[in-house]
Design a binder for this molecule. Structure first.
Ligand code: HEC
Ligand code: HEC
Length: 525
């Protein structure tokens, strides 16, 4: 892999494409003769034609990003030359013909969504050690192969990286013996080429994303947003127009649009602009075609972005999808907006919460809520017609938890942007049956050295700073002559969040490792 692979991050591909193809999905792909013909033209020179299809190619299934990475290798190691239009058509065809079903990709969306913070899932400790030391376990979790091809893939690893067994602490075991006798069979059982699920998905009817969507989401550190997305079709692409609003105090509007491709009948990959910032979108359409979930992120800073969910407006039931606040204090009067679909019904609440309607339409209702001074702390139901949600009433904050509890940030410099770390502080109260989550609250943020080493190395002074929204911005990379041993600006820090509760403060802690840059950014890490 080389650093160049970063250029092929899913969304970037879209801008270079202009081919107008017939629509493809998991199910109508065989009609896409162009993609099929291109695969024959470009790949058959090295991959032999058999009655099952081209060798190797017809024995594996991958995500669009997975196919992208393989073609990158064909180009850079094996001399394949393919122009960008054809490359796109090939990826689209292969993702439709030999892709992953929505259920198969579901456990590993975190890596496709380019999250800066995630917990990588390994099926067991052995696989974590054999494979997860070099790349995410998601990388192979997002592939399906025949047993024979998993074995070939083990050979490929050592063929391409003869020093593999000496890298990544691999000498604690006989890597080669283990993966070629045992592991490949295990992989074939965990991630088999043939599954009923894929066969069903391939045969399923095509669901177009065209139409109006009710959007709700959350930007870590900034809060919720909601609005409408309008999707239309333009040849082989979809265009989305966004009319969104920040749910925070300022209520700033967020507008923009994007251009996307839907691979495999559900893998939405878009490039867009939101309030002037270039974005990338990684969403998955639900199997019934009525929901979309995923994440969008800043094109350059993948660590900055938003959680995204959309519900098709047409035919949607009455439901609350998000609200401007999850909580209210005993005795407090507060404006809370509920956002969803079909919110035209009568508003009511459990005894103890007083309601008055400030504004109501089918997508949103803004309520003035008063929590009686003497009601018991706990969860209270608020209903709007058939739609139901809950508001937590609290008396005092007992505990603050920071999410994530620990994570990393990366120094930035040269061509490689820094990777920030975003924290959020959530307040809890003690209940009869355990801790009750009150909700995310604004906090005062601070950093401290994690241990004596960090104190001695003055990590707090060098590693970066945390802003008032809980975002840690790392310092510049490279040797720092002002630092002891002229070392890098890495650090080991405690993150502290203090939430004000009346006249006292409650605090929580998290850990942050500020580490060095990543030199290559493949679409699947
Ligand atoms: C110039 C020769 C050449 C061409 C052209 C070529 N390949 Fe390959 N391909 C190879 C070689 C050699 C390997 C085995 C080594 C490896 O995996 O890198 C391979 C392996 C593969 C594999 C199996 C690798 C894996 O682990 O998943 C896939 C899939 C694949 N190629 C797809 C393609 C596709 C799709 C095309 C056409 C767009 C293509 N190749 C064109 C030489 C080529
Ligand atoms: C010593 C490091 C190392 C170890 C250990 C390792 N890999 Fe990899 N793997 C790589 C590298 C590097 C690549 C990227 C190859 C490329 O595409 O050029 C890769 C690529 C892959 C790919 C994507 C390749 C494609 O073309 O589709 C899969 C799948 C994969 N590895 C599975 C595994 C599995 C399963 C294991 C454990 C049995 C494993 N790897 C162990 C380094 C490693």
């Amino acid at each position: 892999m080389s650093g160049k692979m970063g250029l092929f991050v899913s969304g970037v591909m879209l801008f270079v494409l202009s081919a107008v193809l017939t629509p493809v999905s998991a199910n109508d792909s065989t009609k896409d003769f162009k993609g099929k013909a291109l695969v024959n033209d470009y790949c058959a020179a090295c991959h032999e034609q058999t009655d099952k299809g081209l060798t190797r190619i017809s024995d594996v299934r991958k995500t669009p990003e997975g196919w992208d990475m393989t073609i990158f290798r064909m180009e850079h190691l094996h001399g394949l030359a393919v122009d960008s239009d054809d490359r796109f058509a090939i990826i689209k065809y292969l993702s439709a013909e030999n892709g992953l079903s929505p259920k198969e990709s579901a456990p590993f969306r975190y890596v496709l969504e380019q999250r800066a913070h995630f917990v990588d899932v390994a099926p067991n400790d052995d696989l974590d050690a054999l494979c997860g030391r070099c790349h995410t376990n998601a990388r192979y979790g997002l592939q399906r192969r025949t047993a024979e091809d998993w074995l070939k893939h083990m050979h490929f690893h050592v063929g391409q990286y003869p020093s593999l067994e000496y890298q990544a602490r691999a000498r604690d075991r006989f890597w080669w013996q283990e993966v070629t006798s045992k592991t490949y069979k295990e992989l074939a059982e965990l991630y088999p080429f043939q599954t009923a699920d894929w066969d069903q998905w391939k045969a399923a009817a095509y669901k177009s994303p065209v139409g109006l969507w009710r959007v709700t989401g959350h930007r870590p550190g900034q809060g919720g947003y909601e609005g409408i997305m309008t999707v239309s079709r333009h040849g082989d692409f979809f265009k989305a127009k966004y009319d969104l609003n920040d749910m925070g105090q300022k209520g700033e509007s967020i507008t923009g649009n994007s251009k996307s491709v839907v691979y495999t009948g559900y893998e939405w990959r878009g490039s867009g602009i939101l309030n002037g910032t270039e974005t990338r979108e990684v969403y998955a359409l639900s199997e019934d075609g009525n929901h979309m979930t995923g994440r969008w992120h800043d094109a350059i800073h993948y660590d900055i972005g938003g959680e995204f969910q959309a519900v098709r407006l047409d035919g949607a039931e009455a439901q609350v999808l998000a609200k401007s606040s999850d909580y209210i204090r005993q005795g407090e009067t507060k404006k809370i907006s509920l956002h969803g679909t079909g919110l035209t019904g009568k508003a009511s609440a459990d005894k103890g919460l007083g309601l008055s309607i400030i504004h109501q339409n089918s997508n949103s209702i803004t309520l003035q809520i008063t929590a009686a001074r003497n009601i018991a702390p706990g969860s209270y139901r608020v209903t709007v017609g058939q739609a139901e949600t809950a508001i937590v009433v609290y008396d005092k904050i007992d505990m603050v938890k920071i999410m994530p509890e620990w994570t990393i940030a990366r120094l930035g410099g040269g061509n490689i942007p820094p990777v920030s770390a975003q924290f959020e502080a959530t307040a809890y109260m003690k209940g009869k049956d355990g801790d009750i989550k009150i909700g995310i609250m604004p906090a005062l943020w601070q950093i401290q050295p994690f241990n004596a080493d960090a104190e001695q190395m003055k990590d707090v002074d060098f590693a970066g700073h945390i802003d008032q929204f809980g975002r840690f911005l790392p310092a510049a990379a490279g040797p720092n002559p002002d630092r002891k041993y002229s070392t890098n600006n890495a650090g080991n820090l405690i993150i502290i969040a203090r939430i004000k509760d009346g006249d006292h403060q409650v605090s929580g802690k998290a850990q942050l490792i500020v580490t060095v840059q990543r030199w290559n950014l493949p679409p699947i890490r």
